[in-house]
Design a protein around this ligand. Structure first.
Ligand code: HEM
Length: 396
């Protein structure tokens, strides 16, 4: 038996819990006791995490899994619970393959490149507004959250004026303390909103992504609602937190900030390194073995749940030497921040484009940007499944 529960407490805001690094030094795969008493596994090594994510003998269906921390996924294991169709992150092939095939064509590098002028325009508009209002500002509210929200709304064809509703539901869903009933209510509220929207698109299609899927005719309205839900929530919270936390990381590492501000041509490399170093999906992914699998010499039995620590994997010195240091000139490609294998993030090219445009623009337009409080006063999102800053008070 093991009495190890998932280490959650960060000693320093930008570093994963020290215990994770300690575990990785001992072995890449460890016994872990899950919140319901299930004895499963915790993966902290890079090669082992990648191997699990690439292996078709692991399932991503929620009803097969045990919750790594109290509260999480409790709902999914209840009798009679059914995930709304279309939330394909939580499906396995061949169901997953069908959705993924329909969507891959919508998220190509080419299509995301074509969006860049609009992303740049949205970014400049928000910087204009910040300048006009003058310092200080909360960078999350003024910049990090609205830019990806507006971009995903325009791409999907979701009216931006309605954002208060789904942003509040996202806050409830991503909060680690949320009770199952409240999570269910938040899912229900955004699903009802999207179901109504899909109905309107069926009557009067536009040239947005959801209208395209409606017109494609391969998905039912119920499935489209689930797809819309996944894209809307995954599409703004994640990048928003990268922009907020990434700016905090740069402001508290002035030499790194100066390197990017003085040479914006390194933006692509800097974005990969920020993605690796910050690894904002700090809990999970979680998988369950559908048959016995050996990973790095450890036998994982059919039915056992495996929690992966992407932050620990992305700091593995065997893959990223000196990885506990932020170095915006490091070639950090190959990190696992967007996952790996068949579920690897569908929106990664969009997220990259947003960051490649937003960070350099912010540093160019507000060269005197600095924290308006001490680093310790910035409230960190330790209570959320997507890590970041709740607020980022800045001045310039
Ligand atoms: C920095 C920003 C982002 C990060 C760190 C991120 C991270 C991830 C990760 C780790 C996964 C895999 C989860 C797993 O294997 O269990 C994933 C999947 C996914 N992401 Fe992202 N994501 C980001 C941005 C986006 C954006 C902008 C969109 C939408 C436009 C998006 C849509 C999705 C979808 C639909 C999936 C499910 C893919 C599948 O199951 O085939 N993500 N993301």
């Amino acid at each position: 038996m093991s009495d190890l529960t998932l280490p959650m407490v960060r000693r320093r805001p930008l570093d994963p819990p020290d215990e994770l690094g300690e575990l990785r030094r001992q072995a890449p795969v460890h016994r872990l006791t899950f919140a319901d008493g299930h004895l499963g596994w915790l993966v902290t090594g890079y090669a082992a995490a990648r191997a699990v994510l690439a292996d078709p003998r692991f399932s991503n269906r929620p009803e097969r899994m045990h919750p790594p921390i109290p509260g999480r996924m409790e709902l999914a294991r209840r009798e009679g619970f059914r995930l709304p169709p279309g939330m394909f992150l939580r499906t396995d092939p061949p169901e997953h393959t069908r959705y993924r095939r329909l969507l891959t064509g919508q998220f190509t590098v080419r299509r995301m490149k074509a969006l860049e002028p609009r992303i740049a325009e949205i970014t400049e508009e928000h910087l204009d507004a910040m300048e006009a209002a003058g310092p200080p500002a909360d960078l999350v509210e003024a910049f990090a959250l609205p830019i990806p929200s507006l971009v995903i709304c325009e791409l999907l064809g979701v009216p931006y004026e309605d954002r208060a509703r789904f942003q509040e539901d996202a806050r409830i869903l991503f909060n680690l303390e949320t009770k199952a009933e409240d999570a269910l209510a938040a899912v229900g509220s955004t699903m009802a909103y999207l179901s109504d929207l899909i109905g309107r698109k069926r009557d009067k299609p536009d040239d947005d992504l959801l209208s395209g899927l409606v017109e494609g005719g391969e998905l039912t309205d119920e499935e489209l609602t689930g797809v819309g839900f996944l894209l809307l929530l995954a599409g703004h919270e994640t990048t928003a937190n990268m922009l907020g936390l990434g700016t905090y990381a740069l402001l508290t590492n002035p030499a790194q900030l100066a390197a990017l501000r003085d040479d914006p041509s390194i933006a692509e490399t800097a974005v990969e390194e920020l993605l690796r170093y910050l690894t904002i999906i700090h809990l999970g992914p979680v998988r369950s073995a559908v048959e016995d699998v050996e990973i790095e010499g450890v036998l994982i039995r059919a039915g056992e749940t495996v929690a992966l620590s992407l932050p620990a994997a992305n700091r593995d010195p065997e893959r990223f030497p000196g990885g506990d240091t932020l170095d915006v000139t490091r070639p950090a490609t190959g990190h696992l921040t967007f996952g790996h294998g068949i579920h690897q993030c569908l929106g990664q090219q969009l997220a990259r484009a947003e960051m490649r445009i937003a960070y350099p623009a912010l540093l160019r337009r507000l060269p005197g940007l600095r924290l308006a409080v001490t680093p310790e006063e910035v409230p960190m999102r330790s209570d959320m499944s997507i890590y970041g800053v709740h607020r980022l008070p800045v001045t310039w």
